[in-house]
Design a protein around this ligand. Structure first.
Ligand SMILES: [Ca+2]
Ligand SMILES: [Ca+2]
Length: 635
């Protein structure tokens, strides 16, 4: 089952379905040509359709939504509404749906997140030339519902990268998520680990892998784009990505003395009038970002508009740091732009990087050679072919001999490694944080999701209970998701070669009938009902659990100060072990059914929260998981 756009000259082939939603053809004709039409297709049969129009002033409207009578009440209408919300979020601010005042449709649209904003009494009597009946009742009033599309907008982001082997792997994965993020650009930068050299200053290159590799990765993406587009029409055009890939300050560590193509590009992005948050992913040094900010400061400081420019940029940027890879953050950004929000991953990333082997097989099995060979084999397409694995024979131009993890010499020197083991994607948490699979982390990074969980101050100094090591670990806020993250990656690699939608797996769509922001009194019993559809019709497995570490309920023990785990002068993790006899607040499974009853503890205090997550995993290959998080606030 998939959603497809109907070509302009084929819209009238769906007359029967269109009339199901709007039974007077001359009224359908009023909007059909100016609308975009979408259909839900399974095995060549059209099961549902909708038409979306541009109503001006940032509003789009679903004018006509019909589900074939043979398959109503199976979540197909919801799939289409969800598709419209995600697809139009970047272009419109609000979604409007007008419908008859019917007990069938109004509660349905309300459960899709829309709210009644207006009623038009007598509309159906005035507009149609015959009485319209629905659910055995004659329709008289029109009900207008709306929702903001901002929550559905794809996060806007720019990637800055220093070109290490694991950056190259991260870019492959990032390109496979180019449908779920709005990638504003890719900028090459230097770091303490990698720089291109600067002959004028007598600086030799160090571990520099060149400046053509991002373009080569985009060429590979281009070779897959036709297939990827079948699986999600939001994958951007490869030419767009090429044009938005720039070379920044790469000559030396922390260099921000001169403007470059990359710094000028970032400067324009920071100053543009797109009101969305711009996530600046920092896979290397912050120096090109810092140069862009300095150029803005030099241009505006001392001018009347400076305070406005400063505030606008501080409100707009979120800099996601993977380690501090040069001095420019501390010496310039933190001092001159202290109000910019920073998400600072100072240690968790190591565990999706070179430290992944510290964990037991139960946790990291999807990083082992046998899993990689199965899903990331070169046969999986042009992007998988470029993905670097231990001992795979790849040689990275410019990199040091001892860092050539693709070579046999590396395997000999590292007997703990197996050929085709995962190498690293240490920078990927910076965009895994942006992948919204229902965990709501973009509302608040303390909630935790695929990019890990952060303190209120934006640092990875909070910990989750790791059942394998029986202690709280900051890294477990990231490693707990490994299987879901990796299976999702494998499915997208399969999309690269699957020319037909039905030839690959797609994740389920999940919602909770009672809503996702609930209030309850101490001692109250809540009943929650999860529902889901799978685009492939796969069987679904439900699991409700309480993400206790993300709660604010004070009734159970959680760690305060964490202890640093260090190796070779680097902080690898932050951990805590509860005192003997203390029962820590940890994740616990609550139900394996779609329905959950949850008793709010009697000692819960007003304002405290409970995070209840339902995860739904399909029976596809590889199995894919989507979540819905319900936050219960104590009244
Ligand atoms: Ca890097
Ligand atoms: Ca599926």
């Amino acid at each position: 089952m998939h959603v497809a756009r109907v070509p302009e000259d084929e819209k009238r082939q769906y007359r029967e379905l269109l009339l199901l939603a709007d039974e007077q053809w001359d009224l359908v004709e009023r909007y059909l040509d100016r609308g975009e039409m979408w259909v839900l297709v399974e095995d060549g049969a059209t099961l549902a359709e909708c038409v979306v129009t541009d109503e001006g002033e940032g509003v789009c409207e679903v004018k006509n939504l019909a589900v074939d009578p043979s398959c109503q009440r199976h979540g197909l209408g919801r799939t289409l509404v969800s598709h419209v919300q995600r697809t139009y979020a970047g272009r419109f601010a609000r979604l409007r749906i007008c419908t008859g005042d019917s007990p069938l449709t109004v509660p349905f649209y309300e459960s899709c997140g829309l709210q009644i904003v207006r009623r038009d009494p007598g509309y159906f009597l005035r507009t149609y030339d015959h009485p319209i009946f629905e659910a055995g009742r004659q329709l008289t009033d029109l009900v207008e519902l709306e929702c903001s599309l901002w929550p559905y907008a794809r996060p806007r982001t720019v990637i800055t990268t220093d070109g290490e082997v694991d950056d190259q792997n991260s870019l492959i994965r990032a390109l496979l998520y180019a449908n779920d993020m709005d990638i504003a650009g890719i900028v090459l930068t230097s770091s303490v680990y990698h720089y291109a050299g600067d002959p004028a200053r007598g600086i030799e290159p160090f571990r520099w892998t060149g400046d053509t590799w991002p373009y080569e990765m985009i060429d590979r993406y281009a070779a897959c784009h036709g297939c990827l587009f079948v699986h999600d029409p939001r994958y951007p055009d490869p030419d767009y990505l090429r044009e938005h890939t720039k070379i920044g300050n790469v000559g030396s560590v922390g260099n921000m003395t001169e403007e470059t193509e990359g710094s000028r590009f970032l400067e324009e992005l920071f100053l543009d009038d797109d009101p969305r948050t711009l996530y600046v992913q920092t896979w290397g040094g912050t120096n090109t970002t810092a140069r862009a900010l300095r150029s803005i400061e030099e241009r505006y400081a001392g001018m009347p508009e400076w305070q406005d420019v400063y505030q606008r940029i501080c409100d707009k940027l979120v800099i996601y740091l993977i380690l501090d890879q040069d001095e420019s953050y501390a010496s310039y950004i933190a001092t001159r732009w202290p109000d910019i929000t920073v998400l600072n991953d100072t240690s968790n990333f190591w565990h999706f990087a070179y430290a992944w082997k510290l964990h037991p097989d139960e946790l990291n099995r999807t990083l082992h050679a046998d899993w990689q060979r199965k899903y990331v084999a070169p046969a999986a397409g042009p992007l998988a072919e470029a993905y670097a694995l231990v001992g795979d024979g790849k040689w990275l131009e410019g990199e040091l001999p001892e860092e050539q993890r693709g070579g046999d010499a590396y395997l000999e020197a590292h007997p703990e490694c197996e050929r085709y083991d995962f190498i690293s994607e240490g920078d990927s948490p910076s965009f895994l944080h942006l992948v919204d699979r229902g965990l709501r982390q973009l509302e608040n990074p303390t909630y935790g999701a695929w990019g890990g969980r952060f303190s209120a101050g934006g640092r990875n100094t909070v910990a989750d209970w790791d059942p394998w090591s029986a202690r709280f670990e900051a890294s477990y806020t990231l490693t707990r998701w490994f299987d879901d993250i990796q299976n999702d990656f494998a499915a997208r690699l399969a999309w690269c070669k699957a020319a037909r939608y039905e030839d690959a797996n797609h994740a389920p769509l999940v919602w909770v009938r009672e809503g996702q922001d609930l209030t309850a009194a101490p001692g109250e019993q809540l009943t929650l009902t999860a529902a889901a559809t799978d685009p492939d019709g796969d069987a679904l497995m439900y699991l409700w659990w309480r993400y206790a570490e993300a709660d604010t309920y004070a009734g159970t023990w959680r760690p305060g100060e964490l202890e640093d785990v260090t190796a070779e002068g680097l902080v690898l993790d932050r951990v805590a072990t509860p005192p003997a006899g203390v029962q820590p607040a940890t994740t616990c499974v609550l139900s394996r059914d779609p329905q959950l009853t949850f008793d709010v503890p009697a000692d819960a205090r007003p304002g405290e929260t409970f995070h209840l997550v339902v995860q739904v995993t399909d029976a596809g290959e590889p199995p894919l998981t989507t979540y819905a998080r319900v936050i219960v606030t104590v009244a």
